[in-house]
Design a protein. Structure first.
Length: 147
């Protein structure tokens, strides 16, 4: 089962749900609210190959699971020292609800974890393929960094 993460907009419409409970609601086969999922990718198109290097990817694909819209955000930290930390902060500014990675270092993982953004392992193939695996609940939530 995939934990469903509610967006801030969704929570605003359901003030009776505490944030912690909202983030732990289990996937029931039907989405209650949209989830913004970020993935590291090599290019700016929906069939772009994913990039397993979280901090060193060229772009982040941010997909809305309800509408299917995908927005591409350049990773301005790609060539910087501390790229993983800077990349995590880029995603915080984008208000993502979940992140799918191939590999993520401990500092970047800690930033996302402190923001209560779940990180899932299993980034593979293309943006669309990884998104579909996420929607099907086939990805594993990371408890610690994997790089």
């Amino acid at each position: 089962m995939l934990p469903l993460v509610f967006s801030a907009e969704c929570l605003a419409n359901r003030p009776h749900l505490p944030l912690l409970v909202a983030r732990m609601v289990q996937w029931l086969g039907k989405e209650v609210c949209a989830v913004k999922v970020a993935m590291s990718v090599q290019d700016e198109h929906p069939q772009a190959p994913v990039d397993e290097r979280f901090g060193r990817c060229r772009y982040f694909a941010i997909a809305d699971t309800e509408t299917g819209e995908i927005v591409f955000v350049p990773n301005d930290a790609v060539d910087d020292k501390g790229a993983g930390v800077k990349a995590a902060r880029i995603l915080l500014k984008q208000n993502v609800d979940a992140v799918i990675v191939g590999n993520i270092g401990p500092k970047a993982f800690e930033i996302l974890n402190r923001a209560r953004i779940p990180v899932y392992a299993g980034l593979t193939g293309t943006t669309q393929e990884s998104l579909e695996l996420f929607k099907q609940g086939k990805l594993s939530k990371l408890a610690v960094a994997n790089n």
